[in-house]
Write a protein that binds this ligand. Sequence first.
Ligand SMILES: Cc1ncc(C[n+]2csc(CCO)c2C)c(N)n1
Length: 213
Amino acid sequence: MTERFTETLKEANATAWSDAVDHRFVTQLFAGTIADEVMAAYLIQDHRFLDSFLTLQGAAMASADTFEARLRFGRFAGMVAGEENTYFLRAFEALGVSEFQRENTPDKEPTKGFQAIMREAAATRSYAAALSVLTVAEWLYYEWAAGTSRALPESFVHAEWVTLHDNPDFNDFVAFLRSELDRVGPPHADVCHDFFSRAVALELEFFNVAYDQ
Ligand SMILES: Cc1ncc(C[n+]2csc(CCO)c2C)c(N)n1
């Protein structure tokens, strides 16, 4: 049997991929030992990431070649815009992050990098390009979160950040993205490799800079 296209993409970026999935951010998140300042710095940047992510998802929805896919993106966008946004607001309150602090914290480099690559992918109007970036953002998070044998940390700030990325809806969406990219990617392999590998590098940097205070 030939290998899935998405598996080939991941293998081409195996080192950066596993450095991100096994990052100390993940280990400390599960252990509940992550410093509040690190978690706060990460979530301030990630809330902005979510904004550009939703923009790219809109582009994927527009460029998708089937009605089924458009429905699937639409359902997921509703979920992200609803529940997920309330997590951020509750977490900011629990961590004592004020609106003033959020508004006056500059974008870090990987946040800017993600905003740029998402705009770039959307501007290509290519479904395969948009999927390449979205698949990294979802699948990589699925891989670190879906450690079934690990107990959940106590604080909801930590525990919900795990369960948001390990639940049936999310896991199903990751499977959907992969199967779409397997289906439409191969004729555009170069474009997919390019976007995929830049997105993996940005994911790793995104974790790294949460520790720069
Ligand atoms: C840097 C960064 N990369 C990926 C994700 C994961 N992610 C982003 S949007 C989204 C959809 C709804 O959860 C998911 C899973 C993240 N949060 N931050």
